[in-house]
Design a binder for this molecule. Structure first.
Ligand SMILES: [Mg+2]
Length: 305
């Protein structure tokens, strides 16, 4: 399978100027720019991150691209190239290994093309185990400025780029990485810290606080909640805001911005993508403001009453 697949993949992947040498050699050559190179990698495993008997391969392949691009967006990097590594089962009852590989490669190429990213290399193997997909994404900074999660300061605003929670109802597969936000703010606004929300606002905000050596107070009444989270709360035994804090796989961005810069942020993004739901504080840990009181908030997003 390897040689004919590589020949097809070489033809299928679009040539973009950032790739000097793409699929087919021992390694790829990317056009160097005088910028920092930002690299991220994610793996998705059958039975752990997806089930290919209930989710189409094209959606799984697309999600794999988007979770990597979301990480690049969180660093303010411009995505340039993807490297796909596949371990494909050779004992699948209803699909040949090369059909599975081609379907995923096609989905990866389509998602890459939407964002002008090249598929520049990778590796394909067959085995008797389950389907495993791994993607490495490479991007460049602009002006040498990557955003990290370690620069939040006390009194900065906690800003998120969209409503949260309930992604299990579909958004976790069909979200768009927030490259548009990175593009709009990059170089135009001083972003003190940024990360994408993959494990839930409360968990990821605490990670940002720990990395920045500060704390944060969330105003639960201002946390934006998706319609899907509202729906789930009818049957889950959890409140809508608990879903918004704890569900994860939202892939919105979480940013730390000085209050002085916030009006400019709204000018650049619009109010729907610049939602303030708290502030950073010098007291470490995660807190919530409720009825004039400040209470500790669990990283799970579970609100103790
Ligand atoms: Mg991330």
């Amino acid at each position: 399978m390897e040689q004919s697949f590589v020949a097809w993949a070489k033809m299928r992947a679009r040539n973009l100027p950032q790739v000097k040498l793409g699929i087919g050699d021992d390694a790829a050559i990317l056009q160097a720019e005088q910028e920092d190179v930002v690299i991220t990698c994610d793996t998705m495993m059958e039975g752990v991150h997806f089930r290919s008997d209930i989710t189409e391969l094209r959606r799984i392949g697309r999600k794999l691209v988007h979770i990597n691009l979301s990480d690049l967006a969180a660093m303010a990097a411009i995505p340039k190239a993807l490297f796909l590594s596949l371990c494909v089962p050779n004992n699948s009852p209803n699909r040949a290994a090369d059909v599975i590989a081609a379907e995923i490669f096609e989905a990866v190429c389509q998602a890459a093309e939407e964002h002008q990213v090249a598929v520049a290399g990778g590796d394909t193997n067959c085995w008797g185990g389950p389907l495993v997909l791994s993607l490495t994404a490479v991007g460049y900074t602009e002006g040498g400025l990557a955003w990290t999660r370690s620069g939040a300061r006390p009194d900065d605003l906690v800003v998120v780029t969209g409503p949260l929670g309930g992604s299990i109802s579909g958004k976790h597969l069909d979200f768009q990485p927030r490259l548009d936000v990175a593009e709009a703010l990059r170089g135009k606004l001083e972003v003190h810290a940024c990360m994408d929300i993959s494990d839930g606002l409360s968990t990821d905000l605490l990670r940002m606080c720990d990395a920045s050596n500060c704390g944060a107070i969330l105003d639960l009444s201002k946390v934006p909640i998706t319609e899907a989270a509202q729906q789930l709360a009818n049957t889950s035994g959890r409140t809508p805001v608990e879903h918004a804090l704890g569900d994860g796989e939202d892939f919105e961005l979480l940013l730390a911005i000085s209050p002085d810069d916030y009006p400019r942020m709204v000018d650049l993004l619009g109010p729907q993508q610049a939602i303030v739901c708290g502030e950073f504080t010098s007291r470490t840990g995660l807190w919530m403001r409720e009825g004039g009181k400040i209470l500790q908030l669990a990283a799970s997003g579970f609100v103790h009453r």
